[in-house]
Ligand binder design. Structure first.
Ligand SMILES: Nc1ncnc2c1ncn2[C@@H]1O[C@H](COP(=O)(O)OP(=O)(O)O)[C@@H](O)[C@H]1O
Ligand SMILES: [Mg+2]
Length: 278
């Protein structure tokens, strides 16, 4: 490891300690983009972040996203400037069409903005090619969606294993890690069940296991409880919050539900493609 990387990691650990709840020492052990994104031997000429503040996981500057449909142009994001510190739990609320899913796509390296910059750690996602975006997703990001997005013909365990579809992990290890991920969401006994044999809450647990099995630094959830009744919603939120505390993830949850948003450390409102703090 180079001197630069070592220094950056030390700074992050110190930062994380100040961010962590007092009872969550394990959060300081997490890998962060700082130790993964700094290419060996490449020196960044200026320190990108103030030494005393929490290190940003994301830094968005003037992010605009427009979609062209026939002759119309829709502005989904109208200039979003936002920092999300590593390890923060953020809720994003706002009306339908406000730009929430589009913002999550920018954070999730699923798409690039029309203009503006999106930094994930030190990597500029707005300038990354498709291959680099896919690599960033695979390395850093887990997704959870409202509709669970499980493959109906695969068992719970096989669904979790699809996270390794890039073939980078040997089969035995894929199996072992998928089983451990299912166990961590309380579904070890359901590993061989198809999605149709599981309740909505159980299906979302499988989806959470799939999102976590590669140990991402960021978990992005788009209306993760939108299809669940209140009791199951609370169970899934307990799970997500527990994962966030134990693993030191950066957790971003889009939600219509104020009961969900209230559990976050920070609440943002997104309407007309513009973000405000609540
Ligand atoms: N792929 C797309 N093509 C065209 N318009 C889109 C696309 N995705 C989103 N939009 C438009 O962008 C705006 C924001 O959408 P979205 O980010 O999905 O909002 P939200 O998730 O808050 O409901 C809406 O007007 C929507 O119709
Ligand atoms: Mg949406």
């Amino acid at each position: 490891m180079s001197r630069v990387e070592g220094g950056a990691t030390g700074a992050v650990d110190a930062t994380r300690a100040s961010w962590s709840p007092a009872d969550q020492d394990s959060r300081a052990d997490r890998h962060t983009p700082a130790d993964r994104h700094t290419p060996a031997g490449r020196h960044s000429p200026t320190a990108p972040h103030a030494p005393e503040g929490p290190r940003p996981m994301y830094s968005l500057t003037d992010v605009v996203k427009t979609y062209s449909q026939k002759k119309k142009t829709v502005t989904a994001l109208a200039g979003v400037t936002l920092e999300i510190p590593a390890g923060q739990m953020v809720a994003i609320q706002g009306p339908t069409g406000g730009g929430k899913s589009t913002l999550l796509q920018m954070l999730g390296a699923l798409d690039r903005p029309t203009s503006g910059t999106v930094l994930l750690g030190e990597q500029d996602l707005s300038k990354a090619g498709d291959h680099a975006l896919a690599a960033a997703r695979g390395r850093e990001i887990g997704f959870v969606f409202q509709g669970f997005n499980l493959i109906p013909t695969l068992t719970a365990a096989e669904n979790v294993e699809t996270a390794f579809a890039d073939g980078s992990v040997p089969r035995d290890e894929r199996r072992r890690r998928s089983a451990a991920a299912l166990e961590s969401v309380g579904l070890a006994e359901r590993a061989d069940h198809l999605p149709v044999e599981l309740s909505g809450g159980q299906q979302q647990r499988v989806a959470v296991a799939r999102a976590l099995v590669k140990e991402p630094t960021v978990l992005l959830a788009d209306e993760p409880t939108g299809s669940l009744d209140e009791a199951t919603r609370d169970e899934i939120m307990d799970l997500l919050e527990g994962v966030w505390r134990e693993r030191g993830l950066t957790l971003v949850i889009v939600t219509h539900d104020s009961a969900v948003a209230r559990r976050a450390e920070r609440r943002l409102h997104l309407t007309g493609g513009r973000v405000t703090e609540i």
